[in-house]
Each structure stands twice: as structure tokens, then as C-alpha cells.
Design a protein around this ligand. Structure first.
Ligand code: SF4
Length: 361
């Protein structure tokens, strides 16, 4: 086993790039030529809401608390990933703000230097408790925020999320809008018969707070496995609905971003659509995922997982600081095994056993 002096757990100064210490070189390139730059880290599968399209009201099977990666373990993996070319770490859940050490997680990842400079730390959140925590998160190094909001109607929010917390979400969005973090993105899953009559209202709300609304086609990732293609609101339907209100002009230069964007009435406001089902963008995918219980995934819809906990814990694990090469090898195996796309339309498609809350968005 190769001994590698990776420095972990430091608060200051910035951590040395793991590649300098370990001789780790080369990016995370899959067999289809896609270079991976984005690692989404799920910090917990718990959530403060119970959205009907994501979780059952009761009886959800939660990850064992002892299985959740510690901050030291997350930072150790992130340092190796940064040395292999990951530039953006997006913290997700479940709801990442439920993690009691969230500020420490952000601070320690933000101090990692990649080969091309400091990494970015982004977060996707439901906004609840964001107003209280945002100053400390920004001070710790958070650089970008996506906030989920599927409706701006109080009763509808309570019905959809099974929690009457819309005011808390509004407070989080207001705090984000008043902060320095830009661009500020709001995410809404478009659902037939639920909020498809509210698409214009959601965009107007976003414009009012200086944010960009991004509609997401609903994907077969619900914990209850109840997804039905017929009830999904498609990209074309979203654009048709918005097009009745505004002139939409495509924004060029999407790159590997999930969202296609349109300029609203000549700008400056824009709206995005993440059409994962009807217009997949897998050919430009640069994302990997790490679940809260230490499983690497190369795709949202992957049926395979690559277990990091065997390297980080247990009797056969090398000592911290001596296993960067092993973590790098597992990251490379995960990337190597990535399929060209999600194949939702293939008759043989199987929904992953994990729900979205246990994968990380
Ligand atoms: S479905 Fe998988 S391969 Fe396609 S963009 Fe999403 S994560 Fe990437």
C-alpha cells in the first residue's frame, strides 16, 4: 500500500493540493471523453420537508446515522477529487442545512486548492433555516446557491411538502437575494395538475428577487417509485406556457450546464429549463456524486455504486494520510464505468433503488 502524505482536517492555511503531496496526476476522464469537474456531495438523506414527489409521508427508510460520512472523511475525499480535477463541490441532501456542522464542512472544503486554484463550494437547499445560517456560510467560503421552490402559494406549498414552511423559504430567498452570492438560482420541478398553472408566477417571483428560475422536468427518482411519464410536464410545454406571456430568446454558450436558458423579453432576466428526460444533456455531463453514506455514483440513474467506506473505515483501511492513491483509484473506476446516458427511454431502464433524497441532487 502506498503511503501518501495527504493533509486533512486543517483550518488554515489552505490545504496543499493532494497531487503535490501524492504525485496524483491526470483528470477524471471517462471512456466517452467527458472530463469530470463537479462533485456533488450529499451530506444527509434527512429533510425538513416531505415533498410528495420525493418521499413518502411515513415509512421512509433512513440511512443509519453511523453510516454517514464524517466531515474529516468528506474533506479527505474532496482533497483527492480536487487533485484529480474536480473544481466545484456542490453540497446537497436531503437538506444539507440540517447537518449541524454545515459551516465547518463549507469552510474546510473551501480551503482546498485544486490544480487550478481554489475550488468552488456551492449548495442546493430548500431554504429553510438559510436566513439564519447564510452569513456564517458566506464567511466560510460558500460561493453559489440554488434554492428549491415549487410553488409560491401557501396552501399548495403545504400540500406539496406536507409542511407549512413557505414563510421560512421566503425568508431564506430574501436573505440570499440580499447577499453577495450571484447568480442566485431558484429550482422548481414542473408537475402536471400541481403547479403547471403557476409557471409564470414562479418566474415573476424569481425576477422580483433578482434570481433566475430554472424549471426541472420530473425524473423517475422518487422514493415511492410512482413516477409516471404521462404526468411529467415537458420542456416544450414549459416553453409554450411561458411563451404566452413573454418573448423568449435562446441564450448561447450553455457548455456542460444542465439548464438551457432563454432571455426574457430581451433581458436582462433569464429563465432556464433542465430537460433531463425529453432533451438529455448526458453527452456533456461532468458530474459525479458522493452519497451521505460514502458511495460514489457516476450518474443520477446509476445502478452501480463504488464503496468508499471500505477505504475510509474498518480493519483493512489504511491510516488517514496514507490512502489518497486508493481513493483516487476508486474515483477513476467510478468514472471509467460511466455509461453514455441515463437511457430512461430504453425498455430495459430500471429506476435506482435509492430515492433522490439518498442520492443527492
Ligand atoms: S442522467 Fe447521468 S449522465 Fe446524464 S446528465 Fe444526469 S448524471 Fe449525467
Amino acid at each position: 500500500m502506498t503511503a501518501v502524505p495527504v493533509v486533512i482536517g486543517m483550518r488554515a492555511p489552505r490545504t496543499e493540493p493532494a497531487s503535490h503531496a501524492a504525485g496524483l496526476t491526470g483528470g477524471l476522464v471517462d471512456t466517452h471523453g467527458r472530463v469530470h469537474r463537479d462533485l456533488r456531495i450529499s451530506l444527509t438523506d434527512r429533510c425538513s420537508l416531505r415533498c410528495t414527489y420525493c418521499m413518502p409521508e411515513q415509512g421512509n427508510e433512513w440511512l443509519a446515522r453511523t453510516s454517514i460520512l464524517s466531515t474529516d472523511e468528506i474533506v479527505e475525499v474532496a482533497e483527492v477529487a480536487a487533485a484529480l480535477g474536480i473544481r466545484t463541490f456542490r453540497l446537497t441532501g436531503g437538506e444539507p442545512l440540517l447537518r449541524t456542522d454545515i459551516v465547518d464542512v463549507v469552510r474546510r472544503i473551501a480551503r482546498i486548492e485544486g490544480e487550478e486554484g481554489p475550488v468552488e463550494v456551492a449548495m442546493t437547499t430548500n431554504g429553510i433555516s438559510l436566513a439564519q445560517k447564510l452569513p456564517a456560510l458566506i464567511d466560510a467560503g460558500l460561493t453559489r446557491l440554488n434554492i428549491s421552490i415549487d410553488t409560491v402559494d401557501r396552501q399548495r406549498f403545504a400540500d406539496l411538502t406536507r409542511r407549512d414552511r413557505l414563510d421560512d423559504v421566503f425568508a431564506g430567498i430574501e436573505a440570499a437575494a440580499a447577499s453577495s452570492l450571484r447568480p442566485l438560482k431558484l429550482n422548481a420541478v414542473a408537475m402536471r395538475g400541481v403547479n403547471d398553472d403557476e409557471l409564470v408566477d414562479l418566474v415573476e417571483f424569481a425576477m422580483g428577487v433578482g434570481a433566475q428560475l430554472r424549471f426541472i422536468e420530473q425524473m423517475p427518482l422518487d422514493a415511492g417509485h410512482t413516477w409516471d411519464r404521462a404526468s411529467m410536464v415537458t420542456r416544450e410545454e414549459i416553453l409554450a406556457s411561458l411563451g404566452e406571456r413573454w418573448h423568449l430568446e435562446p441564450v448561447e454558450g450553455r457548455g456542460g450546464a444542465p439548464a438551457e436558458k432563454w432571455r426574457i423579453d430581451g433581458g436582462p432576466h433569464e429563465v432556464g429549463v433542465i430537460a433531463s428526460v425529453t432533451a438529455p444533456f448526458c453527452g456533456a455531463c461532468d458530474r459525479l456524486r458522493l452519497t451521505a453514506d460514502g458511495q460514489l455514483r457516476n450518474c443520477l440513474f446509476s445502478l452501480a455504486e463504488y464503496d468508499l467506506t471500505g477505504l475510509l473505515r474498518g480493519e483493512s483501511a489504511s491510516a488517514p494520510g496514507q490512502r489518497a492513491d486508493e481513493i483516487a483509484a476508486l474515483l477513476r473506476s467510478c468514472v471509467h464505468g460511466k455509461l453514455p446516458g441515463h437511457a430512461i427511454d430504453d425498455p430495459s431502464f430500471l429506476q435506482p433503488a435509492r430515492g433522490m433524497n439518498a442520492i443527492g441532487g
